[in-house]
Each structure stands twice: as C-alpha cells, then as structure tokens.
Design a protein around this ligand. Structure first.
Ligand SMILES: Nc1ccn([C@@H]2O[C@H](COP(=O)(O)O)[C@@H](O)[C@H]2O)c(=O)n1
Ligand SMILES: C[C@@]1(CO)OP(=O)(O)OP(=O)(O)OC[C@H]1O
Length: 159
C-alpha cells in the first residue's frame, strides 16, 4: 500500500474591518484575518498539506496572490481545487489533523462546523477530520492577538 504524509502551515494578520473565517465558518469577532483571499488560515494549511504530500508545491504556486481571480476567494473553492489535483494523481485522504493557534476567540463552539465543511470538501467522514484549538499563552505576536496560525497534517493513500 502506498501512503504519503503532508504538512501545512499558515498565518494571517488579525485586523479590524475584516471577517474572521476559519474552516469556512464565519466567526463573530471584533477582528478578522487579512489576506488576498478570505484569509482562511486553516484551509490554507490543509491545502498546503495536501499539495505537499504529492510534491505539487504550495498554495501560492497554484493560486497566486497576484492574480485578480483569487482576490477575496473562498478558500473552500481553493481547497477543493487542490484536492482535485491530488485525486487526479490517484491519491485520496485517509485523515486530517490540524491545530489552530488563536489567543482569542474561543474556537470550541465553531469546531464542529469547520469539521463538517472540511469533511464535505474532501468527501470524507467527519470522524476523519480533527481540529485542535490552542492559545499561545499570551506569548509573542499570536499571544498579542496580532494574528492566527494554523498547522495541518494529512495522510494520503493511493486510491
Ligand atoms: N482559541 C482557543 C484556544 C483554546 N481553546 C480550548 O482551550 C483549551 C486550552 O487551551 P490552552 O492554549 O490554554 O492549552 C484547548 O485545549 C482548547 O480546547 C479554544 O477552544 N479556542
Ligand atoms: C490564497 C492566496 C491567493 O488568494 O492569498 P492569501 O489569502 O494572501 O493567502 P496565503 O496564505 O498567503 O496563500 C496564497 C495566496 O496565493
């Protein structure tokens, strides 16, 4: 059986006047993430993990932040497109494990919705998608609520 592992990371700045979107869920908060797209750091980390597992580069290579077509893009669309490229090479996701590092807000009430979105976009059972929320114990730029970081690991098997 052929298997592959992929790892992804993303961070976006938290600013006023932007919506906070993580895992495709819009979270009520006084600040949101800044980016060329909707700046969904969690979905970007998963997208990079998928692409990384099959040596297809990274999200910026496939969806450049210089391209007008990706301005304010829905990161679920980018995730699905990246996963299609992975599937076209004969691979499918076994499971996804992720961590979001956010000093605020509390993510726990939103995790189920995020998992549902990701499971739907990858066509897998929700039990194969995990999201862990962490503060940064008030340390550094994450602890000062200047940004939110996400990390992801995916396992693929040859379909
Ligand atoms: N933005 C966050 C951060 C954390 N949680 C939950 O709180 C637990 C404790 O977090 P620490 O960073 O203090 O270890 C964590 O395990 C999460 O369950 C959260 O929901 N949202
Ligand atoms: C997604 C893209 C494209 O809209 O823009 P951003 O929202 O800035 O996100 P980033 O994590 O820098 O990833 C790559 C970009 O090309």
């Amino acid at each position: 059986m052929n298997i592959r592992v992929g790892q992804g990371y993303d961070v976006h700045q938290l600013v006023t006047g932007r919506p906070l979107i993580l895992g495709g869920v819009t979270i009520d908060h006084d600040k949101g993430l800044l980016g060329h797209s909707d700046a969904d750091a969690l979905l970007h980390a998963i997208t990079d993990a998928l692409l990384g597992a099959v040596a297809l580069g990274d999200i910026g290579h496939h969806f450049p932040d210089t391209a007008a077509q990706f301005k304010d893009a829905d990161s679920r669309v980018l995730l699905r497109a990246a996963y299609q490229s992975v599937q076209d090479l004969g691979w499918r996701v076994v499971n996804v494990d992720t961590t979001i590092i956010a000093q605020q807000p509390k993510l726990k009430p939103h995790l189920l919705g995020m998992r549902q979105n990701i499971a739907q976009d990858l066509g897998i059972d929700i039990g194969l998608v995990n999201i862990k929320g962490k503060t940064n114990e008030k340390l550094g730029y994450l602890g000062r609520e200047e940004g939110i970081e996400a990390q992801a690991v995916v396992l693929l098997v040859q379909a």
